[in-house]
Design a protein around this ligand. Structure first.
Ligand SMILES: [Zn+2]
Length: 289
């Protein structure tokens, strides 16, 4: 009974955190555009005007508003998934379609947290601190993946934040569980960050951006095991192929078209972290038997 209660609570918490993450993606974008504009860099003027509501709301109290009509949203407009479903994906005040972004991030997080609990690789309640930290990390990963999928950019402040959280996670794991090996941790960093660093230098930033390299440092710390980092690369590449291939066959994508690596690496990392252990034991059994 308690397990079911925990799973339901985590699903609700996940949906709320997903909604929070979705809002932060837009706020971060508005902030980034302002910075680019003030620094005299090229920026999307139309998008900058479109997100003006978010800048105005910064001055007053930080309330959520409709990006189209600027109407301040009530609590019943902010209930994850339910609000979106009740208006069939439209703003309650101006009827503008909201799009699928919000319900998707809410759904992803609403599923990710219960699944994390079910598949959690370390003994609970001993590793409760790690799980709470993981929830925070998952929010950061979701914002990073969404931002990169939308604008092909991994914001620095999130990448550095992830590195700090990843480091905290390793330290906590070493103290609570004691299964961190320095050699494997360094191997993990070399496998992900090292490989991407080399690719970045070789391609002079054409294949992948430096943001991907920074992301890899955070992910490698989080995984802290070279075998899991290898798995992350494997899953990310398979996913990338699955996404690119249909387009290539239909001739829609060129071989040069940029696929954002961030979301693929993040999905690969999450799958490896939660399922890496069982997968490794299956592989070991197969290779012995
Ligand atoms: Zn509206």
């Amino acid at each position: 009974m308690t397990t079911i209660m925990i799973i339901i609570s985590l699903a609700l918490l996940g949906a709320v955190l997903g909604s929070f993450a979705g809002a932060q993606v837009w706020r971060l974008r508005a902030w980034q555009l302002d910075i680019d504009r003030q620094a005299g860099h090229a920026y999307d003027r139309q998008e900058w005007r479109h997100l003006r509501v978010l800048r105005q709301s910064h001055l007053h109290r930080d309330r959520s508003r409709c990006l189209q009509c600027g109407h301040v949203l009530s609590w019943y407009d902010l209930v994850p998934l339910a609000s979106w479903l009740s208006t069939k994906g439209h703003c309650r005040y101006c009827q503008t379609p909201i799009g699928l972004f919000e319900p998707i991030v809410e759904l992803v997080m609403g599923l990710a947290l219960p699944l994390s609990y079910i598949l959690w690789p370390w003994p609970l309640p001993l590793s409760t601190g790690m799980f709470i930290l993981w929830v925070v990390i998952a929010v950061v990963l979701l914002i990073l993946a969404a931002y990169d999928a939308k604008w092909r950019l991994l914001p620095d402040q999130l990448n550095y934040g992830l590195m700090i959280l990843g480091l905290l996670f390793v330290v906590m794991r070493a103290l609570l569980i004691g299964d961190v090996e320095i050699g494997s941790l360094l191997g993990s960093l070399g496998m992900l960050a090292g490989l991407y660093g080399v690719l970045y230098v070789l391609s002079r930033g054409a294949w992948i951006g430096f943001g991907d390299v920074k992301l890899c440092v955070g992910l490698a710390l989080l995984l802290s095991d070279w075998r899991f980092s290898f798995m992350t690369l494997f899953f990310a590449n398979i996913l990338g192929c699955l996404i690119v291939l249909p387009g290539l066959i239909r001739g829609k994508l060129h071989t040069q078209s940029q696929v954002p690596f961030g979301p693929l690496l993040i999905v690969g990392c999450v799958v490896s972290l939660l399922l890496g252990g069982p997968l490794l034991s299956v592989i070991t059994k197969l290779s012995i038997g």
